[in-house]
Design a protein around this ligand. Structure first.
Ligand SMILES: [Fe+2]
Ligand SMILES: [Fe+2]
Length: 255
């Protein structure tokens, strides 16, 4: 099944969309989501719904890597299989939260970028670098910020969901980091494929979110947790610099 891609997006960066049933409207760009302002009464609900779909996309990407790379190292395949189980649980957690607080599945549009971008990455090292080491590492920073917000708001149920997810995401990033290091030592040329995949994903991400969408990431880098997830101090410092740069752009835009 092929859906027309938003005309603003470069088809070189976006593969086929993931299947979603007729309840869901899938959009390609952040601007076409329902982006509510801080303090809006539906903001949390919209986020649970959106995140439920993202978790499902991560599950689908991990499952697709298992299927498409049957000869990969056995321990990596085991980690990917465990990741599938974890992401299924995360999807279900967000679904349960959303529905128990009065939501109806399909109530808001969902974004298809994670699955579509990964569909254009044809190497395992590229998939792990983009999905686990980039998208999920960003997610780790976000969930760390969200735990604090939920605790401050006295929402213990939500803080517990985020807490459990945070522990899982550290593991997903770490197994990818460890395997990428091993693979790079075994086959240094793989780093070229990894660089190409990261460049493609950065372009696809930029086109999806544009300046407007990138502006919403207000949280910093979860430095301790990124260390636990296998990033080196130098790599973490690079992320801090990039995040500070992003925040400076946000301040300029806001001011
Ligand atoms: Fe997850
Ligand atoms: Fe994950």
């Amino acid at each position: 099944m092929s859906a027309p891609l938003h005309p603003r997006l470069d088809p070189a960066c976006f593969g086929e969309p993931a299947a979603r049933d007729e309840r869901f409207t899938v959009v390609d760009i952040w601007h076409d989501c329902v982006n509510l302002p801080d303090g809006h009464p539906e903001k949390a609900q919209e986020f649970f719904h959106r995140q439920m779909n993202e978790e499902a996309a991560v599950l689908e990407n991990a499952a697709r890597s298992l299927w498409e790379f049957p000869d990969a190292d056995w321990d990596l395949r085991m980690w990917l299989a465990r990741q599938c189980a974890d992401e299924a649980r995360h999807t279900e957690n967000y679904r349960r939260l959303f529905v128990s607080r009065g939501g109806r599945l399909g109530q808001y549009p969902v974004l298809g970028f994670q699955y579509r971008i990964l569909g254009k990455v044809h190497t395992l090292i590229g998939r792990l670098a983009v999905q686990n080491r980039t998208f999920e590492a960003d997610g780790l920073d976000a969930v760390t910020h969200a735990i604090t917000e939920a605790r401050e708001a006295g929402d213990d149920e939500l803080a517990a969901v985020y807490d459990a997810q945070q522990a899982d995401e550290i593991v997903h990033i770490r197994f990818a980091n460890e395997w990428i290091k091993r693979e790079a030592a075994r086959n240094p040329r793989a780093l070229i494929a990894m660089g190409q995949a990261l460049a493609l994903a950065a372009r696809g991400f930029q086109q999806t979110f544009d300046r407007e969408g990138s502006r919403v990431s207000k949280y910093g880098v979860a430095e301790d947790l990124r260390t636990q997830a296998g990033f080196s101090p130098e790599e973490i410092q690079d992320f801090v610099v990039i995040t500070e740069h992003r925040r400076a752009i946000a301040r300029q835009d806001a001011g």
